[in-house]
Design a protein around this ligand. Structure first.
Ligand code: SF4
Length: 400
C-alpha cells in the first residue's frame, strides 16, 4: 500500500479538478524551459498570439491519453483469464484519442496538414509505453494477444495516479504528471516513480537539460506530498525505443521560484537570446525581430535545406503558385526592414498556396514571414509544411 500524504488537498489533484491560487500566475516546467531557452520566446508565448499545432505534439497527446485510458480500464464483469483483448483495446482507444486530437489540431489557427499515415507510428509508441509498464510491474510481455485481464490488472495495480495536476506548497509552480507508479524495486520503503512519457526522439546518451529539469521539477513537487521516508525517483520513458532514463540531481524548487520571479510579464518584451537550438522550432518568429537580425549578422546559420525568410512579395501567379520574393535586410533590432538585391523564386502548393491566396492586398504589399521554405533544387518549394504570416514584430505587450 503506497501512502501519499497530501498536506493540502488542493495541491495534488486528480484529473479534471480545478483549483484557485493565491498568485496571479504559475509556471510549469515547459514555460520555465521556454524562458531558459530564450526569455523573449516565453514572453511572446504569453501574448495570446495565434497558436501553432504540430503533428508531433498531437501524436504525443493521443498516446498519453490512451495510456491513461488503458491504465483506468474497468474490467468489472470480465473473466480474469480472457485474452485477445489488449491489442484491439490499444487500437480502439488510440483511434478515439486520435480523432479528438485531429479535431483540436484542425481548430488551431495555425496548423500544417494532419498526417493520418502517422497512426501506425503512434500505435507503436503506445505499445512501447505499455511494454515499459510491464517491465515496471516486473511482468514479462510476450504477445499483446496473450495478455490476460488478470495480468493487466497487475499492471494497473502499480499505477498510483495518471495525469495528475501538481502544485507546489507556495502555489507558484504547477505541472501535470503523466504517471505516478509504485517502485517495485523499493517496495519496502513505499518507493514511488514519477514518470514522464516521451514520444519524441530518445537522447543519444543522457537526458537533455530541459527534460531533466522537468522531471526534477515534478519529483520535487511530489516530495512535498509524500512522507519523508518515501523514496521518489524521476524517470523519462521513451516509448520509441522502450528505454527508461533516470533524472538525478539536487533539489530544484528554489531555482524554479527564482525563475518565477524573473518571469513576471512586463509591458516591453523580455530579452531575446537567439541560438540555433532556441530559434529552429520557435513558433513566434513572425513576431520576433531579433532572430532575423541575428541571421543577417551571421550569429545564426543561413544554410540548411529548410529555411525561414522575411521577404517582400515581388510577383505571384495565383493560378500556378509560382512566386518571386525579395529577401529583406533588417535595420536594427526592432523589426524595421529595407529591400535587398537578393531575389528567389518559389513554387507554392497545398496549404501555402491556399494561405497566400487568402491574404488581402495590404498584407501582400507588406513584409512577409515565410517559414520552412525547402531549398535544394532550382526553385524553392513551399507546401503543406510551410507557413506564411504577415511580418509583425511585437514591441509592446498586447495583454491588458
Ligand atoms: S525566434 Fe529566436 S530569438 Fe526570437 S523569440 Fe524565438 S527563440 Fe527567441
Amino acid at each position: 500500500m503506497v501512502l501519499i500524504v497530501v498536506t493540502d488537498p488542493t495541491r495534488f489533484r486528480g484529473r479534471g479538478e480545478m483549483g484557485g491560487t493565491a498568485h496571479d500566475f504559475q509556471i510549469s516546467p515547459s514555460s520555465w524551459n521556454r524562458f531558459e531557452e530564450c526569455p523573449r520566446k516565453y514572453w511572446l508565448s504569453r501574448q495570446r498570439l495565434p497558436r501553432k499545432a504540430s503533428m508531433a505534439a498531437s501524436m504525443g497527446t493521443a498516446i498519453h491519453n490512451s495510456v491513461e485510458d488503458l491504465c483506468n480500464l474497468d474490467f468489472s464483469g470480465r473473466e480474469d483469464e480472457e485474452i485477445g483483448w489488449l491489442h484491439s483495446s490499444c487500437r480502439e482507444t488510440l483511434q478515439k484519442r486520435w480523432e479528438e486530437e485531429r479535431t483540436l489540431f484542425s481548430e488551431t489557427p495555425r496548423h500544417p496538414r494532419w498526417k493520418d499515415e502517422s497512426f501506425s507510428v503512434a500505435l507503436d509508441g503506445l505499445i512501447g509505453a505499455i511494454s515499459i509498464l510491464f517491465d515496471k510491474a516486473m511482468l514479462p510481455l510476450e504477445e499483446l494477444s496473450s495478455v490476460t485481464v488478470k495480468t493487466w490488472k497487475q499492471v494497473q495495480d502499480i499505477v498510483v495516479e495518471t495525469e495528475a495536476n501538481l502544485e507546489s506548497k507556495c502555489g507558484r509552480l504547477m505541472g501535470r504528471l503523466d504517471l505516478l507508479i509504485k517502485d517495485l524495486e523499493d517496495e519496502a520503503n513505499g518507493g514511488l516513480i514519477v514518470a514522464d512519457l516521451k514520444t519524441g526522439k530518445p537522447p543519444e546518451d543522457e537526458l537533455s537539460e530541459k527534460v531533466s529539469r522537468q522531471l526534477l521539477f515534478y519529483r520535487d513537487i511530489m516530495k512535498e506530498n509524500v512522507t519523508e521516508d518515501q523514496d521518489l525517483r524521476a524517470e523519462g520513458w521513451y516509448s520509441s525505443n522502450n528505454t527508461v532514463y533516470r533524472a538525478e540531481g539536487p533539489p530544484i524548487l528554489e531555482e524554479a521560484i527564482g525563475a518565477w520571479e524573473m518571469m513576471k510579464l512586463t509591458e516591453t518584451p523580455f530579452q531575446a537570446t537567439p541560438s540555433e537550438d532556441a530559434c529552429s522550432f520557435c513558433e513566434w518568429k513572425a513576431w520576433c525581430p531579433r532572430w532575423w537580425e541575428a541571421k543577417y549578422e551571421g550569429e545564426l546559420s543561413q544554410e540548411g535545406m529548410f529555411r525561414d525568410e522575411v521577404v517582400r512579395l515581388v510577383r505571384l501567379d495565383q493560378e500556378s503558385g509560382a512566386a518571386l520574393f525579395e529577401r529583406t535586410t533588417p535595420v536594427g533590432g526592432d523589426g524595421e526592414l529595407r529591400g535587398s538585391d537578393h531575389r528567389f523564386g518559389a513554387l507554392l502548393k497545398g496549404k501555402s498556396l491556399e494561405k497566400i491566396r487568402q491574404m488581402d492586398q495590404p498584407e501582400l504589399d507588406g513584409y512577409l514571414f515565410l517559414g520552412s521554405i525547402m531549398f535544394g533544387g532550382k526553385t524553392a518549394r513551399m507546401g503543406d509544411w510551410s507557413e506564411i504570416l504577415p511580418w509583425s514584430p511585437l514591441l509592446r505587450s498586447v495583454r491588458n
